[in-house]
Design a binder for this molecule. Sequence first.
Ligand SMILES: NC(=O)C1=CN([C@@H]2O[C@H](COP(=O)(O)OP(=O)(O)OC[C@H]3O[C@@H](n4cnc5c(N)ncnc54)[C@H](O)[C@@H]3O)[C@@H](O)[C@H]2O)C=CC1
Ligand SMILES: O=C(O)C1=N[C@H](C(=O)O)C[C@H](O)C1
Length: 270
Amino acid sequence: MSESCAIVVMGVSGRMGRMLVQTVQDNPKTHLCGAVERPGHDWIGRDLGAALGGAATGVVVTDDPAEALEGADAVIDFTAPAATVALAKLAADKGVVHVIGTTGMTEADIAAVDAVTDRGVVVRAGNMSLGVNLLVQLTKQVAAALDEDYDIEVIEGHHRHKVDAPSGTALMLGQAAADGRGVDLDEASDRGRDGITGPRERGKIGFHAIRGGDIIGEHDVLFAADGERITLRHVASDRSVFARGAVKAALWGRGKESGHYSMLDVLGLG
Ligand SMILES: NC(=O)C1=CN([C@@H]2O[C@H](COP(=O)(O)OP(=O)(O)OC[C@H]3O[C@@H](n4cnc5c(N)ncnc54)[C@H](O)[C@@H]3O)[C@@H](O)[C@H]2O)C=CC1
Ligand SMILES: O=C(O)C1=N[C@H](C(=O)O)C[C@H](O)C1
């Protein structure tokens, strides 16, 4: 499989969409073969390069994912849950690798994506950066080494435009902490305390979300005991870390057996 990987970017005018276009174009192993935006968007029908304020690319922005996926190897999708669920079936039916960065998906959304993985290749992660996926593994190790004398809190910060909380990354880190500790995250979760909450319940895993300005993505996992605290931290200072991970996932997914994979699989950290 030596020829260049043909990639479609979904949600191409978004913060991640724009970064993905640049990353796909800069990678010698990939090229952009399609660009999709939501129906009604004013980029529909325009050349993508011109819409971005540069030279023409020959790729015209469409609101029809089926048309864009013709002849594609992979589609990279950082959009919104409803768009991602609809695209999953289409990508699987067309044999196109679906790389999903979209967060805020419900259990039903994830089940709907899962349902296509009998025939489709899906790589999905709430965070596609190498650093966060390493942090996931470290969180699991530290949680396994410490007992419930160490209270676990996951604290995340993002820009003012983010619509979901806790972040997809915070949920990955919370899951890793729960796995390390051998507990069920749904039972252990304590989200966003407010009011007369009473003392902290032993064994809970707390989640807190900061929203403001242009914060790209910051995550701390705090292990706090009497007399000492450990903090594991990741700070993203550039969205390219997510885009590079997504392109790596698209290349990795080509020719893989159908299934629902994560970035830990892609990075060999699973
Ligand atoms: N997994 C990861 O590493 C990362 C995940 N994200 C997630 O990616 C998603 C997008 O984030 P941003 O780019 O900041 O948001 P954004 O709002 O800037 O971009 C989303 C884009 O998707 C488009 N869109 C919505 N519905 C669509 C449809 N039906 N068809 C085609 N396009 C559609 C919107 O018009 C918009 O241009 C969020 O869920 C965010 O949490 C963001 C960064 C990293
Ligand atoms: O919305 C964002 O911007 C980000 N979303 C992801 C998340 O929900 O964790 C990943 C990253 O932190 C940026």
